[in-house]
Design a protein around this ligand. Structure first.
Ligand SMILES: [Zn+2]
Length: 329
């Protein structure tokens, strides 16, 4: 599983903030208690001095094992005394301990060099969060996809209703999202505008991101704008730096509204480059479009169309424009 530089940096920042907050709150609590219960300060000094005793005694050839045992017994006693004093004043016994968000790793994010579960959870959260900010992913899920928006009357030509067909499409997408891994197929979701392609693609994005994969979901015009900025910008510290790299390397790339952007020589070659590079790396892409393949060939190029035909699963959406129906509900 890979995450963007931004996600990794954001997670380190959150962990550092948690740790700093926990430790400075502990200092504040200590100052407050020492002012209120001076006896605690005396006991804390005793606690610190037992350590010095150990070091001194070891230097003069004392028996390390029994000494450490004595000292830790003494320490426990002092800690118990501090707890009693705190309790007597109405505080929790562990009031002076540092309260980390994650006691396992003390908010460092690592245990013996391995990622702590709290760091892994944060990575998912941040990746999913950033993905939510620029897409409808947070709102559209499999749970709120309404099959009853699709006509139940059998289609004259096929005898199958749009609703029955869309139920198959829905089930396919749901299984795809649940079983997603880096070997998953690339999909070409095709159908007129307003048939729920964006909703189901968003639902896939949400589910896949929740499972820890890095998903980029955006409209093709936004994605191309980022690529364009990166390509034509002279500054090296541009915010769009690495845009192409991210699109090529992320675990799942979802291109919404493919074919609605303004086509130039640059966009045609940028689209080809992303699609082809991901194909070479065997990384899945989902393309949403109301263009059939002939139109893709005409608008973009034969090269792009042939990559899609040869390597994508073609999923057709059916029904009347459900955005029209939704308005009447
Ligand atoms: Zn942790």
């Amino acid at each position: 599983m890979s995450y963007t530089r931004e996600t990794l940096a954001a997670v380190e920042r959150i962990l550092a903030e948690r740790k700093t907050a926990a430790e400075s709150q502990q200092l504040e609590r200590t100052e407050q208690i020492i002012a209120e219960i001076p006896a605690v300060a005396v006991l804390r000094r005793k606690l610190a001095s037992t350590m010095t005793e150990v070091i001194k005694s070891l230097g003069s050839g004392g028996d390390a094992g029994s000494l450490i045992k004595d000292i830790s017994e003494k320490n426990l006693e002092i800690q118990k005394e501090i707890g009693d004093l705190l309790e007597a004043k109405g505080y929790e016994r562990d009031f002076l301990e540092t309260k980390y968000t994650c006691p396992d790793c003390k908010d460092t994010g690592y245990i013996n060099g391995d990622s702590c579960s709290c760091r892994l959870a944060l990575l998912k959260e941040v990746a999913f969060g950033s993905l939510r900010s620029n897409s409808p992913v947070g709102r559209a899920s499999f749970d709120n996809f309404r099959l009853d928006y699709y006509p139940d009357e059998p289609d004259e030509a096929t005898g199958v209703s749009p609703r029955a067909r869309m139920e198959q499409v829905y089930n396919f997408c749901k299984n795809y999202a649940e079983d997603f891994d880096l070997d998953s197929d690339s999909l070409y979701l095709w159908g007129s505008t307003g048939l729920g392609k964006t909703h189901l693609a968003s639902a896939i994005a949400g589910e896949v991101a929740k499972n820890g994969y890095q998903v980029i979901f955006d409209s093709s015009s936004n994605l191309l704008r980022r690529l364009e900025k990166e390509h034509f910008s002279s500054s090296r510290d541009n915010a769009n730096d690495g845009a192409q790299d991210e699109l090529i390397r992320c675990d799942l790339l979802i291109i919404d509204d493919f074919g609605t952007e303004f086509c130039t020589q640059f966009t045609v070659s940028a689209v080809y480059n992303v699609i082809n590079s991901r194909l070479n790396r065997n990384l899945p892409v989902i393309i949403n479009s109301n263009l059939d393949i002939e139109a893709v060939e005409k608008i973009y190029s034969e090269r792009i169309a042939s990559r899609i035909i040869g390597n994508y699963r073609y999923i057709q959406f059916f029904g009347s424009d459900i955005r029209q129906i939704k308005k009447n509900y």
